[in-house]
Design a binder for this molecule. Structure first.
Ligand code: PNS
Length: 171
């Protein structure tokens, strides 16, 4: 049997952006939009983490992502439980795309990338985030919104609305 030349194993160039997305921020959307330009199909997958408490349910996070990524024709929203590389294998996904905000992200991301490549031969593409979002994290957005701070420049409109609803419900 002849082996495939490098780079031709996947007919559809499919990539994945995995994450918690609790909730999706403008920083995520920056990476998603740029990654969607590079691949035929981009799967944005919410990791179902039973041991981590979240503000939004997996269904809510998926819904917010569906709405926020609607302008991108080749983005599909999914969720998965277990190893990201197993999800990649099952769905013929060649590449994991990760945004790097700062050098502090790099150590852990490199470790995961090398582990994922070693486990299943799945590569990781690192994209530097837009400097405008280098300080941005979902955890900070939740904290600020909870105390009534302004996050309108940090998240898409649908997320802003949902965060405001949550903040007023807990008053
Ligand atoms: O948005 P987050 O919480 O930083 O995303 C982290 C995530 C979900 C991308 C990462 O924890 C992950 O890939 N989890 C899936 C489980 C897995 O494959 N773990 C082994 C990594 S080497």
């Amino acid at each position: 049997m002849t082996s495939m030349p490098p780079g031709t194993a996947h007919t559809v160039r499919r990539a994945i952006c995995p994450g918690s997305f609790d909730p999706v921020t403008n920083g995520h959307l920056d990476i998603i939009g740029r990654a969607a330009d590079l691949y035929d199909e981009l799967i944005v997958a919410v990791f179902v983490n039973q041991s981590k408490s979240s503000l939004f349910s997996v269904d809510e996070r998926r819904e917010l992502l569906e709405e926020a990524t609607a302008p991108y024709g080749n983005v599909r929203i999914a969720s998965f439980e277990g190893l990201v590389v197993d999800y990649c294998k099952a769905n013929d996904i060649a590449v994991i795309v990760k945004g790097l905000r700062a050098v502090s992200d790099f150590d852990y991301e490199l470790q995961m990338a090398q582990m994922n490549r070693g486990l299943a031969g799945v590569d990781t593409l690192f994209m530097p985030t837009n400097p405008e979002y280098s300080f941005l994290a979902s955890s900070l957005v939740k904290e600020i919104a909870k105390w009534g701070g302004d996050v309108s420049r940090l998240v898409p409109q649908n997320v802003l609305k949902r965060l405001n609803e949550r903040a007023s419900a807990s008053k």
